[in-house]
Design a protein around this ligand. Structure first.
Ligand code: ADP
Ligand code: 5GP
Length: 238
């Protein structure tokens, strides 16, 4: 094993791969509200835009909230393998496009996916290192009120979503963090903490600066200090 520290003059510092954050919740929990706010508050976070065959709700904008398309066009995208995952949700098709997600992560930009529990399950098989967050409403009654007040779905559709929520809540066990969205401000604080903490996990950090600041002399050579570590391993645990 080569134990010599690598001089930071050899190569530009490696850009760390972006982190994939996955947020799921029963419909009406406040996931979209929270995701919009968190994307505005946390720099370096890109919110992926999904494709769907669902019709736009009042106020929804194509290319901003979703890319809205018909089923044949969606099926063509499936055939061309353009989705990281796709699923049937509440009678419509939803999919996460692959290209932008891959590009952003390669550029070191963190990516936020707002997808249902089936989608999260299939992403988890491909992205073990993702951060899986589940949002819950404080109660079933609050969920009903929120869906009714949103006034975007028909009464039948709301009923369907409420029925599904009774099963979906139990998926919380598959996620790494739970945010109970009662007070919006508090939920945002909790979410923001998750994003910031995940970014400073030891395993995600590029610690080459430590060599520059503590070990290498001005010419980029290893100094003769007796406290220099014998191995780079010291810098990369966790
Ligand atoms: P989801 O994306 O999970 O389906 P939305 O973000 O569309 O949910 O939120 C559903 C409704 O609940 C919206 O009308 C939204 O303004 C409202 N809402 C979201 N979070 C809260 C909260 N913490 N307190 C009160 N109302 C909320
Ligand atoms: P809505 O119709 O309320 O916007 O979304 C319905 C459900 O579909 C939500 O749970 C939402 O997270 C989910 N969803 C949105 N985009 C995607 C996607 O690309 N893939 C999957 N699997 N679910 C999605």
């Amino acid at each position: 094993m080569n134990t010599a520290p690598v001089s930071s003059n050899d190569k530009p510092p490696q850009v760390r791969r972006g982190i994939l954050f996955i947020i799921s919740a029963p419909s009406g929990s406040g996931k979209t509200t929270l995701c919009k706010q968190i994307t505005a508050n946390v720099p370096g976070l890109w919110h992926s835009i999904s494709y769907t065959t669902r019709k736009p709700r009042p106020g929804e904008v194509d290319g901003q909230d979703y890319y809205f398309l018909d089923e044949p066009a969606f099926r063509q995208m499936i055939d061309r393998n353009e989705f990281v995952e796709w699923a049937h949700v509440y009678g419509n098709l939803y999919g996460t496009p692959r290209k932008m997600l891959t590009e952003k992560m390669e550029q070191g930009i963190d990516v936020l996916l707002e997808i249902d529990v089936q989608g999260a399950r299939s992403v988890k098989k491909k992205f073990e290192d993702g951060v899986y967050i589940f949002i819950l409403p404080p109660s079933f009654d609050t969920l009903r009120t929120r869906l009714q007040n949103r006034a975007g779905d028909s009464p039948d559709e709301i009923q369907r979503r409420l029925q599904k929520a009774k099963e979906e809540v139990w998926s919380y066990r598959e996620y790494y963090y739970i945010v109970r969205n009662d007070d919006l401000k508090q939920s945002l604080k909790e979410l923001e903490s998750i994003f910031l903490a995940e970014r400073i996990k030891t395993k995600r950090l590029n610690m080459t600066w430590l060599e520059e600041k503590f070990i290498l002399d001005k010419e980029g050579k290893q100094g003769n200090s007796s406290s220099a570590p014998a191995s780079k391993e010291h810098l990369h645990h966790g």
